[in-house]
Design a protein around this ligand. Sequence first.
Ligand code: HEM
Length: 514
Amino acid sequence: MASLILLFMSIIFFLIIIHILYHRLRYNLPPGPRPWPIIGNLDKLNPVHKRQRFAEWSNTYGPIISVWFGSTLNVVISNSELAKQGLKDNDQQLADRYRNRTSALIFKNGQDLIWADYGSHYVKVRKVCTLELFSPKSIEALRPIREDEIRAMIESIYKDLNNNYGGGGGGLVLRKYLGSVAFNNITRLVFGKKFVSKQGVIDEQGLEFKEVLANEFMLGASLGLVEHIWWLNWMSRLGNDVTLSEILARKDRLTRSIIEEHKAKNMKNINGGVKQHFVDALLGLQEKYELSEETIMLLLWNMTTAGMDTVAITVEWAMAELVKNPKAQKKAQQEMDRVIGLDRVMIESDISNLSYLQCIVKEAMRLHPPTPLMLPHRANSHIKIGGYDIPEGTVVHFNVWAIARDPSIWDDPLEFKPERFIHNDVDTKGHDFRMLPFGAGRRICPAAQLAVNLVTLMIGHMLHHFKWTQPEAVRQEEIDMSESPGLVCYMLTPLQAVPKPRLPAHLHEFETWD
Ligand code: HEM
């Protein structure tokens, strides 16, 4: 038996060496660190921050590198010129997605939007997003939800402030408030439901919702090395398949029950009252676009997962930079006082008159893109980038974190300087390859405009209502700006800050919109 296992291992080992050599000799692949048989370069990637490791390797091997995840070739692009070649010149050829085993199971092999390969299904659901869910008209129709949730956040900060920081002592943990806005905003936007009462109490369906979300993230994060080595895949199935199918069944039940509630409500309310929540919008468009129920459910969860963390992350980083840079904070507040005054609160239409605030949002997204490697693309045919071969099936990552810190295109790239955008109107929505927080090309984030509105409104409200400083016991330079590892990049240590009200008390109270 032992000799059989040994023989089997040797054959596998031999096949992998042949596979890697075949690729190396047949193609002119980008340079990169020397891979080990079987694991490739995975030993150097787990558990460190991929984006930083990729950036270090790029410093050694150049702006386009090969990295082997087991026997899968991954190419990482870390400069703006090559990003343009990938996302503009070869946009369609790189528009497939890499799905690992777990995402393939969760998203039924790409019957959703985020993990779908480029093809007729993708084109159809993308059209639904562009023309229906995220059209300027829909974004405007959903504006009251954004304004309402942000005002609720301000009220809750104000209450906790009067209550000794909610018992927290040194300052407020901003993530708690930003997370609530992100959660309530997304559940109202996507599912047309607010699971949390004005008193902050979450209902039973909301608890189930949170648990389903947390379980899915945990499962996705718990799978490491073995996911990338096809002949070890069976190991990742041990126990996980049962857990996964239980989680998926719970998610299915929950989503169906919410959809049924909406169907019943819409039946009673044929001529009006239906708002443009995604669930109602998608049910209304089901026939027109021939959407299966499965796809509708997957789209709803796509929007939930893509929109929840990214917004809260961006605002937390921006606020940390503003606490560290009181001059920039003051300049934004002076602009707001000039444009809005001190006797009303900010509304979304003020944004176009707040150019310095817009610079702050851009600078925060430059230094801290919430998805530093975007999402993995996959080549659906053989192409060339920077003179190197990218064979069909290669997984391609764009290190937008590194591109936006490239000293050859940005002055003082590690400094938070919103002023850099005053006379240099850099587009953040996929037209300028020096900065790609939302990606570019066919797979660009379809919600970019909605996200920018929400993030700008959140930061604007926080700055207009309060002056923010670090807790007394902490010096500015001690604020921990370390990054979390993972697909999305949180502050490793949640920001704590002290708010001092700037506006009259009655402007902190609000009436809810529903
Ligand atoms: C600051 C906030 C956000 C940032 C920085 C962001 C960034 C991104 C990035 C980098 C991608 C991948 C692009 C690529 O792979 O080429 C993406 C995709 C996506 N985002 Fe966003 N996003 C944000 C907010 C949102 C929100 C609020 C939603 C929905 C409500 C959303 C929905 C999506 C979807 C559905 C995709 C997949 C698009 C596709 O594969 O075609 N995002 N986003």
